[in-house]
Write a protein that binds this ligand. Sequence first.
Ligand SMILES: Nc1nc2c(ncn2[C@@H]2O[C@H](COP(=O)(O)OP(=O)(O)OP(=O)(O)O)[C@@H](O)[C@H]2O)c(=O)[nH]1
Ligand SMILES: [Mg+2]
Length: 306
Amino acid sequence: MSDESVENREFRSGFVTLAGRPNAGKSTLLNAVMGEKLAITSNVAQTTRHRIRAIYDTDDMQMVLVDTPGIHKPHDPLGEELNYSAMQGLQDVDVVAFVLDASEPLGKGDIYVLRELAKLDSKKILVVNKLDLVNQEKAAKQIEKAQAYLDFDDIVACSALRGFNVDGFIEAVRRLLPEGPRWFPEGMDTDQPTEVVVAEFIREKILHMTHDEVPHSIGVKVDHLDYDEDKDMYFVEASIYVDRESQKGIVIGKGGEGIKKIGTAARKDIETFLGAHCNLDLIVKVKHNWRQDATQIRKFGYGEGL
Ligand SMILES: Nc1nc2c(ncn2[C@@H]2O[C@H](COP(=O)(O)OP(=O)(O)OP(=O)(O)O)[C@@H](O)[C@H]2O)c(=O)[nH]1
Ligand SMILES: [Mg+2]
């Protein structure tokens, strides 16, 4: 496309929510669009606990991309809070992108989400993700099945993880966004407080390094985050909360090996995000049954939170 035609393109802007079942790849897609890691990802269902807003800004568009927790059948108050947050994220947005895992059969959970989306006035895009895992034929079948439940305004097949056709998704969104101004200042990539992004990076490492019940039992809170100008360095203190005493030992690991690994891996992400070295202090605490308690859930900022 020539420079001239780009200049002639009217400026478009609006809110775009990523919706879908846990694990479909919503947060991976958000990071791929942004070209940086803002949302954490893992193969543990219900990884996302915040409604994250990322701002994708170019010469001719500003898309406010809203990542939501995966919509699922809740088993506890935390799950209910996450579902509520995801459903709220669908209200009053310009475009909803329904992210569907091409490699998994279209199940009850997807159909539930599709039916909810059908009630909305917003434009809808079907994003068939994980194209790297299936052949064309399977992807086409998946599209056909989803279309039976919802009349989409556009369809994109991509691999968020491999970065394949992420541009196609951005262009599809642009076509559906209304003309409008920048809603957020240029250069702002997220409206999430730094403390929340940092806490999430830490939580991600725990999701990657533990299994069974532990990932769901973890809550992370940054207690202090200070920047030392002379040293050009950040000092972060964060608490990792677990449900039960036994989980504390799992996170800390033998001779502190576990917590050390978590700290080293999280520090790398934090340093990339903040653009400076970081000293990270982690402490593991027990908060019995915090997931059952709405007040505690909100204190972490999960679900509705911010
Ligand atoms: N092979 C493959 N894996 C992918 C792709 N996109 C995401 N994944 C993987 O799928 C898993 C889930 O990705 P997430 O982005 O965390 O999924 P999500 O939809 O945000 O999940 P929740 O936050 O739990 O709702 C991770 O292990 C990703 O690496 C893709 O295009 N191809
Ligand atoms: Mg997610």
